[in-house]
Design a protein around this ligand. Structure first.
Ligand SMILES: *Cc1c(COP(=O)(O)O)cnc(C)c1O
Length: 392
């Protein structure tokens, strides 16, 4: 085997993540590596906390990136907050709610599933019934933006309900952070995690998390040790905590943290509200084009995520063949369906730096050309004008 340097093809990433990484972020990644206890690096860590507090809209002191992808942020929340025997209500309306249930079980907790159909938002009425039926529940866990279906749930209302019944909340905002409003303090979220590679458009491998005082109190009063040494917040805080002298816990992924820092600086320069508005505007343009072509959305309008568009695959069209041609002929990646929606939908991401007019143009043009070529029943020649009208 003749193995040489790896040079990836240049793709446009419009799937469920990773999304297109901004060139400024790639450049930050290539800066010289320094020691993780270097005073200059500690300054960067302090700035990262401030930038993440802005992104999460929180004043929580414990706000930091876990040194691993979104799934590790999820696990950090569960291993620290769930003790053996704790009853946890898990709202499930897609793939990621299912992973939350797995986490509860592995922590020795007792999960109670509140299920909603895939493609719909979490039903507050069902959660309320479950809270009334399980007065001993300690935590409610939910996914804000279900990447597997493109549905967004009303986290503010669900958290309020959980609190009214004395429960703490764990919220997954891996796909929502930076794309749609996430307001940790205003909504009262107790523990939250996200990911670097979706609407923050950073490289994968980091999971921003934040915990409020109520969550920390539960962690401090644990009867048992957190079973994960790496994710035990009591230990991680010695590394990321303020005021105290930083102690070695693990070696932070130094260059990836440069990248996250740059991603958050870009977000701050644009402004959160402007980023949300851009995601919404570009979603409406993509939607105008796709609907003009004759394609339809899976999620009802009020619950649609602007950054993750689940579209029904037209009858008779070969799902894998279309995605493979998009990649080969146009260097364009879109996502396949997951779980209950596998083979039935495409998931078109407009996340972070990928949420741009030229990407929508490429996606609509390429889809029209390939679907037309395959003899699918679509309307031709109307999608681009519809998209341009929506953007104007
Ligand atoms: C992508 C995603 C995750 C997992 O993140 P990884 O970085 O892939 O580990 C968790 N939850 C949701 C909603 C996601 O979209």
């Amino acid at each position: 085997m003749d193995i040489r340097s790896f040079n990836p093809p240049i793709r446009t990433l419009m799937g469920p993540g990773p999304s297109d990484v901004h060139p400024r972020i790639l450049e930050a990644l290539a800066r010289p590596t320094i020691g993780h206890l270097d005073p200059a690096f500690i300054e960067l860590m302090d700035e990262l906390k401030v930038l993440l507090q802005y992104a999460f809209q929180t004043e929580n002191a414990l706000t930091m990136p876990v040194s691993a992808p979104g799934s590790a942020g999820m696990e950090t929340c569960f291993v620290n907050l769930v003790e053996p025997g704790d009853k946890v209500i898990v709202c499930q309306n897609g793939v990621f709610g299912g992973r939350m249930k797995e986490n509860v079980e592995r922590c020795g907790g007792v999960p109670v599933l509140v299920e909603d159909p895939w493609g719909t938002a979490i039903d507050a009425g069902k959660l309320e019934e479950a809270l009334k039926a399980h007065t001993d529940a300690k935590i409610v866990a939910m996914v804000h933006a279900e990447t597997s279906t493109g549905a967004q749930s009303d986290v503010a209302a669900l958290v309020k309900l959980a609190h009214a019944h004395g429960c703490l909340t764990i919220v997954d905002t891996v796909t929502s952070l930076g794309g749609t409003p996430v307001k940790v303090d205003e909504w009262g979220i107790d523990a939250i995690y996200s990911g670097s590679q979706k609407c923050l458009s950073c490289t994968p491998g980091l999971s921003p998390v934040s915990f409020n005082e109520r969550a920390l109190e539960k962690i401090r009063n644990r009867r048992t040790k957190v079973q994960s040494w790496f994710m035990d917040l009591n230990l991680v805080m010695g590394y990321w905590g303020t005021g105290t002298k930083r102690a070695y816990h693990h070696t932070a992924p130094i260059n990836t943290l440069y990248a996250l820092h740059e991603a958050l600086v870009i977000l701050k320069e644009e402004g959160l509200e402007n980023a949300w508005a851009r995601h919404r505007k570009n979603h409406l343009a993509l939607r105008a084009g796709l609907e003009a072509m004759g394609l339809s959305f899976v999620v009802k309008e009020a619950d649609r995520l602007p950054q993750l568009n689940a579209v029904t695959i037209p009858a008779g069209v070969d799902d894998a063949a279309v995605r493979s041609r998009l990649l080969k002929e146009y260097n364009l990646e879109i996502g396949a369906g997951l779980g209950a929606l596998a083979g039935k939908v495409w998931r078109i991401g407009l996340m972070g730096h990928a949420s741009r007019a030229e990407n929508i143009l490429l996606c609509i043009g390429a889809l029209e050309s390939i679907l037309g070529d395959m003899g699918a029943e679509i309307k031709r020649g109307v999608a681009l004008p519809a998209m341009q009208k929506a953007l104007a």
